[in-house]
Design a binder for this molecule. Structure first.
Ligand SMILES: [Zn+2]
Length: 319
């Protein structure tokens, strides 16, 4: 079996790991390792090498699915080769989490946890990699960064027939820990329904009574005011959302942040609005804007998910 490169971790190696199979059946890397180091670092390797399914007598073990880069970092640490370890960046986190989780060896990253936590917190709000952030913060048990990633997912996700979508990209199901996806979808639906309810109430009140605050007592003037405000509001929120049933939220390509932004825009006086000054009338809608803002803050209530998972390990933040 040939490999693109061979890395020797110790002169006294007794095992070769062939990692990451290419399409032409060669491997990206051949790692020459000491099996006792590998077993010490990972119970998965230990079971593989010492358990009933031992492959001890093989001179090489094939690991075709693994990421050779991430596994190399793990093996460097396992063989105390810290000098060749890279400085971890945001882009490394997901690889570390996936491979570290697979081999149940996340504890070996303990000395780097402060650094990794900082990187995870920075990356947690990045919508382009939100599923990776949810996964990494979950397996590394970083509750702070996890909450940040979860909040972003609740506020910015929509639904398609393929699943949860953020910024037109379907989130990778394998990266969402059990229960997280349902939690995001339930929180999203509830928040959307609450914003819709504020919109419905607002529209109903605009239809029911004149809100014009102008001192000029003129029926036409007041009618113009109401038409103006009701029209602007209806346009901003799209009337189709107003009467939507709960189940429709699930189908609509609507995000909590998107609907909240539209609602707030509809409640504020658009710039450059003709000569009649109805600013004071628009200001009467300010409490409604505050209601929407308060609702967005209430997303905190949904972030308690998985607390027992995070609180389960007091000694170490790792599994
Ligand atoms: Zn007015």
């Amino acid at each position: 079996m040939s490999a693109e490169r061979t890395v020797n971790f110790t002169d006294s190696f007794d095992l070769t790991l062939l990692v990451e199979k290419n399409s032409d059946a060669t491997f990206k890397a051949a790692f020459q390792v000491l099996s006792s180091c590998v077993c010490l670092a990972s119970p998965v390797f230990k079971a593989m090498l010492q358990g009933p399914f031992k492959e001890k007598n093989n001179e090489a073990i094939e690991l075709p699915e693994d990421d050779s880069v991430a596994l190399e970092w793990i093996l460097q640490i396992a063989h105390l080769r810290f000098d060749t370890l890279p400085t971890f960046t945001k882009e490394h986190i997901l690889k570390l989490a996936v491979t570290g989780d697979k081999y149940r060896c996340l504890t070996i990253f303990h000395p780097w946890m402060d650094q990794l936590r900082t990187l995870m917190y920075q990356g947690a709000a990045d919508l382009a990699t939100i599923d990776g952030a949810v996964f990494a913060t979950w397996v590394f048990k970083d509750q702070n960064a996890f909450k940040r990633a979860l909040e972003s997912a609740i506020l910015h996700s929509a639904r398609s027939e393929h699943g949860l979508v953020v910024k037109n990209r379907t989130l990778h199901d394998d990266l969402l820990p059990v229960g997280v996806k349902d939690h995001i979808m339930a929180a999203r639906r509830q928040l959307l329904e609450k914003i819709a309810s504020i919109c419905r109430d607002t529209r109903k009140s605009l239809l029911t009574y004149a809100i014009c605050a102008s001192s000029i007592s003129n029926a036409m003037w007041k009618e113009e005011c109401n038409c103006l405000i009701l029209g602007a509001f209806s346009r901003a929120i799209h009337n189709k959302f107003i009467n939507a049933e709960m189940t429709r939220w699930a189908k609509e390509n609507t995000t909590v942040s998107g609907l909240a932004t539209s609602a707030k825009e509809g409640l504020r006086r658009p710039p450059g609005l003709g000569r009649n000054d109805h600013s004071a009338c628009w200001n009467r809608l300010n409490p409604r804007v505050a209601e929407v803002d308060k609702l967005l803050q209430s997303v905190q209530e949904y972030l308690k998910f998985g607390e027992e998972h995070f609180n389960g390990a007091k000694e170490s933040n790792l599994r």
